[in-house]
Write a protein that binds this ligand. Sequence first.
Ligand SMILES: Cc1ncc(COP(=O)(O)O)c(C=O)c1O
Length: 399
Amino acid sequence: VTAPPPVPTLDDTPLMHSYAPFDVCFVRGSGSWLWDDDGNEYLDCLGGIACSAVGHAHPAVTAAVADQAGTLVQTSMLFWNRPVVDLARRLHEITGWGRMFFANSGAEANECAIKLVRRWAGDGRSTIVCADGGFHGRTLATLAATGQPTKWAGFEPLPAGFVHAPYGDLDAFAAAVDDTTAAVMVETIQGEAGIIPGDHAFLAGLRELCDDRGIALIFDEIQTGVGRTGTWWSFQGLGVEPDVFTSAKALGNGLPIGVCIAREAIADAFGPGAHGSTFGGQAVPAAAALATLDVLEAEGLVPQAAVKGETLAASLADHPCVTHVRGRGLMLAAVLERPVAAGVVTHGLAGGLVVNAPAPDAVRFVPPLTISPDEIAEAARRFHAALDAALADEDGGAP
Ligand SMILES: Cc1ncc(COP(=O)(O)O)c(C=O)c1O
């Protein structure tokens, strides 16, 4: 048996240093579990950053991808392909309305939403009102929409036409809307900011504001969507409907696919040639998405996400240093009394748990929706052990 090659480092690979990967190289996944090239086993509560809807290497998704890859991969949207049409119909069924544009990532789905509402609004109305702390992607326009100035640094000039107001402050959003506004764009739960749920009054208030001013309401459901919060789209659980929304991440169970879904009256602002993407709407990611939606539905995983989320939240909270657990369904953050989340992530990895830290005091859990009750209990056990170790580090090793 030959030893695996050493784990790569930034210095010995020609990758740009835009990420600083942990010292772990995963080689295999199954369900909620990952294995590194030394054979160590990890319980994956991050799921490729909220992408693993039905678990790693789900046989139905694998078969759909393999079958499609062996049949037809790429023709462009200059022609029809069956999987994308079936997927659009399926998403329409789930949503009850809308026309779709398929892209390859969350940022691209948001770019589509931004371009669409600008063309729809016309009359010089191009401004999008976004939230402080919000995250919408890393392309230039979605970066401008992202309400995190630290991520803008060095990339200016950013595209004009984005303003920000404090998340949750309806009056500030109302004050930010003027004659140049095309849309308000927010997440229903701010994911990258640390899993911060928008409250119902705020989101319903935005709906009313947009109706009053004749502007569009865009929900970025890229992290919240595809069943994670207990309904297909989180807005369905809130009872607040947007005019346009975007999804990506879990839609293809890890294959790159994003979608912008808009009400017909807005979607019709795009005629032929208005927008495009060479890879958008191609057969393999569409087949993966269809298989993912089938598994979620057949196994009742969407409503179960709400129930499992309650169990996970209660289990995580059972530690004196966890002040509370916020989020909905299987999109949760354990909020810590002290800012040791980064240490929890490192100790978690060493102890066979994959999570991340969107904020210094928040540890994010976005596991596959297939996670079992036993795995939930094990995740909490490993999290508490990692938290104890991180606290011990802070205290200089004192018990
Ligand atoms: C809410 C939200 N919007 C947009 C994005 C960007 O998606 P992508 O990285 O696929 O471009 C993310 C990614 O984390 C996200 O969480």
